[in-house]
Each structure stands twice: as C-alpha cells, then as structure tokens.
Design a protein around this ligand. Sequence first.
Ligand code: TXD
Length: 321
Amino acid sequence: MSRKKITLIGGGQIGGVLAQLIAQRQLGDVVMFDIVEDLPQGKTLDIAEASRIGGFDTKVEGTNDYRDIAGSDLVIITAGLPRKPGMSRDDLLSTNSKIMKSVAEGVKANAPDTIVIIISNPLDAMVTLFKKVTGFPHNRVIGQAGVLDSSRFSSFIAWELGVSVKDINTMVLGGHGDTMVPIVRYANVNGIPVMELLERKYGDAAKAKEVMDAMVTRTKKAGGEVLALLKTGSAYYSPASSAITMAEAIIYDEKRLLPVCAYLQGEFGVDGYYVGVPAVLGATGVEKVVEFALDEEEQSALDNSINAVKTLVADMERLGF
Ligand code: TXD
C-alpha cells in the first residue's frame, strides 16, 4: 500500500499540531501549505527533525506553492483567523470567507479528487462556501465540529462521575456555535444513561438536572472558555485531535459513526444546508447521514441551531460570497 498524501492548508496553531500527530501516527506524508513565507517550511522541518525520536519515516514538508498539493488524498483546512477574546465565531465571517474562497480555488485547481475536512470558523459557513466554490461532491466536503464538541461534553461528564472518559458516549449536533445541541437523553456510560447515574449520585432529580444543565452550558461555551484563558488565540490541541479522528476514519475506511458537519438532503427535516449530524465516515468521506428520532425539545433545539446556520449562510451571501 502506498502512503497517503495529507495536505494541511494553514500552518498555524492547529496546522502545527495536526502535522505532528499525523507524523507520529504515520498516517501519511504531510504537505503543509501557508501563505506566510518560510512558516510552513520551518514548522515541518522542526517536526521532521524529530523523526528519529518519533520513529517515523513519513515525509513532513512545507510549501507556499499550491502545485505541491497535487495528488492529495486528504486535505485538512485550518486557514483563517482564530477568535480573539470577546469575539463570536461569526465575527470572523468576512475575513475568513475571503481566505476560504482563495483556498477553495487552490484546492480545486491542484487536488480536484481529494476528500476535504474543514476546521476554519465560522465552520458551517466555511464548509458551505468551500463546497460552493469547488463544486466537489458533498460526500468529499466535511466539517469538523461535532467530534470536538462531543469530546468536550464527554470530558465534563467523566470528570463529574469519576469514571474513565473512554466509557462515555455523547453526541453534539447542530451548528458549531452557541446554539449547538448536546443530546442529553442518549449520553451514556457504556450504555447506562448519564442522567440515571447523576440521579443516583445526588439522590435528587432536580439536582441531577441542574448538574447536567451546567455541563451542557459549559460544552456550548467551551471554545470561549479556552479562548478567554489563552487570550492570543483559540483552542488548538483538541480541534487537531478531533480532525485526526475523522482523518483516520477516512484513511482506514473505519465506517465510524461520528457527529460531523455534513450536507443534508431532507434528513432531520433540512434540505440544502451543512449541519452537524451523525454520519458514517469511510474511504469515500461521508458515506451516509444517520437519522434518529429526536424528541420535541431536541428537535426544537436543532431547528433553532439550523436557523442560526441559515442566518450565517445568508449573511455570507450578502457579503458577496
Ligand atoms: O473545531 C473547530 N472547527 C475549531 C475551529 C476549533 C477551534 C478553532 N477553529 C478555527 O480554526 C479558528 O477559529 C480559525 O478559523 C482556524 C485556525 O485556527 P488556528 O488556531 O490554527 O489559527 P492560526 O494559528 O492563526 O493559523 C491560521 C493560519 C495562519 O498560519 C495563517 O498564515 C494561515 O492560516 N492563512 C492562510 N493559509 C493559507 N491560505 C490563506 N489564504 C491563508 N490566510 C491565512
């Protein structure tokens, strides 16, 4: 089996962690593209010089020339500004739309057959724009948000219950913004509902609900919590790890069922928008969007989140993208 070629567009904080994780796991040869001269060359050289220690023979190279991304099997895009404290993800719309348009043109011209994972914010709009500019099939254009948001939710539950996070399963759906929808009803510890365990812990349903509500709120605001502490930029270790989970599902054809930003054609009552939903990820990208019954409260929360995505996309179109 020949090695996969994985291109990173954006050699900033997330791009750097991605390159290191891909090298250490020998997922494929890495090309890191950035518009800043010497930055991707310097970062990748630094990572490559650890190859003896990390024990990897895969290549890690940097470039400022789109021609070097030719033949990519997978492209992961982090190009764009991150938030500064006090900003919402949507505040990045105008600047990052410009960047995403140029990235989409570069990828379309040089790696037309690749699968693409987009991380740049505002996520749902950036995925929509990339798809629009490239005309790539929907299954090959995917956004990363839900894997991270679910990991955050799972971490909070594990810390609260004092059990291994490996046994926690959660899903966060909807747009990657304040309206995201953590699905509480199906949050479980190896099949046991989290709500039941909270009720047993506190011996009081009202207190259990209060604790869960706090974890849901913290999940929705988790990106902002890290941002407020870092001050100079937003989270990058956990977003990079989340994209690696998706990349592995695609490269190893794992058919993992993960919450990802996928294009909907009638599923969950939505047509023609990219929204965070459960989907099967395999060798061809999004192989299937998986629907399940939502109760009234969940459906209305998801509808609210979808409306936020629609507003964001309309704002982007009003800006001429
Ligand atoms: O889960 C998620 N989806 C996210 C998304 C979680 C956290 C942060 N998320 C977003 O990812 C964040 O709001 C940003 O929009 C992106 C990238 O975050 P990162 O922290 O990596 O930002 P950096 O360090 O500023 O890196 C961005 C790089 C930087 O090196 C720029 O020079 C480069 O993008 N850049 C470009 N590369 C290629 N082409 C163009 N046009 C370009 N413009 C800037």
